[in-house]
Design a protein around this ligand. Structure first.
Ligand code: KG4
Ligand code: ZN
Length: 366
């Protein structure tokens, strides 16, 4: 069964055709990052209009001459004016082709990405059906959620961020340090080079890093989400700590500043900040894996591209004796293949009544 998947929840206009939930026949992603770069973040109005401009071309390219048996689309969470573009396009297409429309939760779809493989390739990744119950971690610019995945489509949130998502924490730090947007890839690159440099060892390695707070929620704050503190993170304090740290240093960042920091200082700050996020995520993941018996640890979302996070979580999974399943880099960010892929497992549950569906910008999981 070939499903066309459409994704427009944020700043990527994307469409893909996936066969039987896993074999990606086509995957087209138009990224709007350059449009939002001057603003240091995604501007909803600009995102929406760019989706309107690009959606037809992106969908037409993805469809090529593939037979389409159903259309799947992200209906939330995300930016309302952006979601509407994809949902309306999907409704029109499904209606005109006389095929079912399947509405998909964006975050749940991220957790399907490790199971995708390319047309003609033989995959060694097991079928998700053989891995229940699994621990899932969706970590992106909008979300940091740990899920108990009991069966196909049965997701329960067991932990989450109480404020900023991990990707947001990377993006805000990058902006503050004058490194540009989006922050995650830039922080990752700088930290990777620093860790490999002689300066890192000379400064005492991991132990010598600046001590930023490790994302522990404050007492009482967890009551808000009703989830245990040891499975939740809070990154807003980390961002404030970074701001204060930079201010107290007295250094001026950016070109031509009066008091520029010494060589290696900014790199060490970036690496320390990244490590605080990575260790917070690793700690909660270790706790969840220790508390329940899982068959696998499934990772999805843009931040799962982070090289240090991949290394550390691989060790966490290994220690817990479970495989860590991660997507190919091209499926880590937002894409249509994850929407089409998850839709296949959902098809029997949802079906045609999705035509009445509206966008759900604050959609929860489960
Ligand atoms: O999944 P995604 O494309 O969109 C959302 O659903 O949010 O994730 C985008 C986020 C951004 O915050 C970006 O900075 C972050 O993923 N990101 C990274 C890396 N690559 C992208 N964060 C850390 N390290 C990376 N290498
Ligand atoms: Zn996403």
């Amino acid at each position: 069964m070939n499903i066309l998947g459409i994704e427009t929840s944020c700043d990527e206009t994307a469409a893909a055709v996936v066969k039987d939930g896993r074999e990606v026949l086509s995957n087209v992603v138009y990224t709007q990052i350059p449009l939002h770069q001057p603003y240091g973040g995604v501007v909803p109005e600009i995102a929406s209009r760019a989706h309107v401009e690009k959606i037809t071309e992106v969908v037409r390219t993805a469809m090529a001459d593939h037979r389409i048996d159903a259309v799947a689309v992200t209906y939330g969470p995300g930016l309302s004016p952006a979601l509407i573009v994809g949902l309306n396009a999907a409704k029109g297409l499904a209606l005109s082709m006389g095929v079912p429309l399947i509405a998909i939760n964006h975050i749940e779809a991220h957790l399907h990405t490790p199971f995708l493989y390319d047309a003609g390739e033989t995959t060694t990744v097991p079928d998700p059906a053989d891995l229940y119950p699994s621990l899932g971690l969706a970590i992106s610019g909008g979300h940091t959620n740990w899920f108990d995945i009991a069966a196909a489509g049965k997701y329960a949130t067991i932990g989450q961020t109480l404020d900023d998502a991990a990707g947001e924490a990377f993006d805000k730090a990058s902006k503050l340090l004058g490194l540009g947007y989006p922050g995650g890839p830039r922080v990752d690159k700088i930290a990777k080079a620093y860790i490999a440099s002689p300066e890192f060892a000379a400064e005492g390695g991991w132990k010598g890093l600046f001590p930023f707070p490790k994302g522990r929620p404050r007492d009482g704050v967890t009551a808000l989400a009703g989830l245990p503190a040891e499975l939740c993170v809070s990154f807003s304090g980390l961002k404030t700590a970074l701001l204060r740290f930079v201010q107290q240093s007295g250094y001026t960042l950016g070109e031509g500043g009066a008091n520029p920091p010494p060589k290696g200082w900014l790199e060490k700050v970036v690496t320390s900040y990244q490590e605080a996020i990575v260790q917070a995520v690793a700690d909660r993941s270790r706790t969840a894996l220790g508390r329940w018996k899982y068959k696998a640890f499934i990772l999805g979302g843009g931040v799962s591209l982070n090289s240090r996070l991949r290394t550390v979580l691989s060790k966490v999974a290994e220690d817990a004796g479970v495989p860590l399943l991660m997507a190919k880099p091209k499926y880590c960010g937002d894409n249509g293949a994850m929407i089409a892929g998850l839709a296949y497992t959902r098809y029997n549950i949802t079906g045609e009544e999705s035509f009445a569906i509206d966008v759900a910008p604050s959609l929860e999981v489960g």
